[in-house]
Design a protein around this ligand. Structure first.
Ligand code: AHR
Length: 354
């Protein structure tokens, strides 16, 4: 099989369909916070914010230009996150949405208090990019009681009740891990000692990418993960962790799988400082597809990146508009991604938008 066939196979693996929607049961609730609101059940018995006519404080606008929307971003740990923030802010501006932005500064407690503040302000919708998967249930229940629909972007949450959010707009992180493993297995002929740089502990992309990668690697007897540590999705931490891994394993290491490009950039620096040639002595594969990754592929220091598209602004506002006009949305709006390596990087770098 030549590389063209491999890439076609990888890209054509098929992004499975959306998860079926599960709508909430009707509730009658009283919510008091800076002025008590009486919520009424809608004609169809739902009062979960999924029906625009549910809202007790009066109907919410159906036009995006008339809405005030809160956006709780988890932080600003790297290039990907900046591109996502810019996409959502830029699209809000283009559509005339009044967007309230809150930077969670990479702390879940801060994000939770930001979401609480949006609820107190009675925004028309909340966009949430959650730093970790767990711990969201109480604040999402508060939003539901206030009939404020929540739209998750980029990362999912682990909740017992899916009606706590309208939809998740995100890539398939498990599949991204599988694609990275497939590419690496092909490139190294199914034989490699691998170091893994994981993302933020407890974050959906770190959990899922690790799982997808491990699943595929397990199909090759000669491929082994000999070191695996969190680099928190950050370049500086990726570099530091990689230095430690090299100190212990430089002689036996063939490849690095970094859960994002930022950590891969850090690892590349560490490999070069260690006197080895990144991309040659040690194959480096990562995820995201940010501009720096394309530059590194053109320079030969990064071998492959699996795209994870952060340009979610148009998709999330489209979902908010459709929901406001009564459309039922799937629980997962899947973002399609592609795989890029050194053979295609120079041709496509000019057309990259982040
Ligand atoms: O949730 C998406 C991940 O978060 C991106 O891969 C990464 O760069 C970011 O930190």
């Amino acid at each position: 099989m030549d590389r063209g066939q491999l890439m076609a196979q990888i890209v054509g693996r098929g992004w499975a369909g959306a998860i079926g929607a599960a709508m909430a049961a009707g509730v009658l609730a009283l919510w008091g916070c800076g002025g008590e609101k009486q919520e009424k059940a809608s004609p169809d018995g739902k009062a979960d914010g999924s029906n625009p006519s549910d809202r007790g404080g009066g109907a919410r606008p159906t036009e995006l230009g008339a809405m005030t929307i809160g956006f709780s971003q988890l932080g600003a740990e790297g290039d990907w996150r900046t591109a996502e923030t810019d996409s959502i802010r830029g699209e809000a501006q283009r559509l005339g949405v009044s967007l309230k932005f809150a930077d969670g500064q990479s702390r879940q407690e801060k994000q939770i208090s930001d979401v609480k503040a949006f609820i107190l302000q009675d925004v028309d919708a909340i966009i949430l990019a959650p730093i970790v998967e767990t711990g969201w249930e109480p604040v999402l229940r508060d939003a539901k009681r206030a009939n404020i629909p929540v739209f998750l972007v980029d990362r999912g949450v682990d909740v017992s009740d899916e009606s706590l959010y309208v939809t998740l707009i995100a890539s398939d992180f498990v599949e991204e891990g599988r694609l990275a493993a497939d590419w690496m297995a092909y490139e190294l002929g199914g034989k490699a000692n691998i170091a893994e740089l994981q993302g933020t502990v407890g974050a959906a992309p770190a959990i899922d990418r690790k799982r997808g990668f491990a699943e595929e690697i397990a199909k090759h007897e000669g491929m082994k993960i000999i070191a695996s540590q969190s680099g928190d999705f950050r370049r500086s931490v990726g570099k530091e962790v990689m230095e430690g891994i090299l100190a212990a394993h430089a002689d036996e290491l063939d490849a690095v799988f970094a859960h994002n490009d930022d950590m891969a950039m850090g690892a590349i620096e560490a490999i070069a400082r260690h006197g080895l040639e990144p991309g040659v002595d040690i194959v480096v594969v990562s995820i995201d597809g940010v501009r720096a990754a394309f530059e590194a592929m053109v320079a030969g220091t990064l071998n492959c990146t699996v795209e994870c598209n952060p340009l979610l602004g148009p998709k999330v506002f489209d979902a908010i508009r459709r929901h406001a006009t009564g459309e039922e949305l799937p629980k997962w709006i899947r973002v399609e991604d592609q795989v890029f390596d050194q053979t295609t990087a120079a041709d496509v770098i000019g057309s990259r938008r982040y």
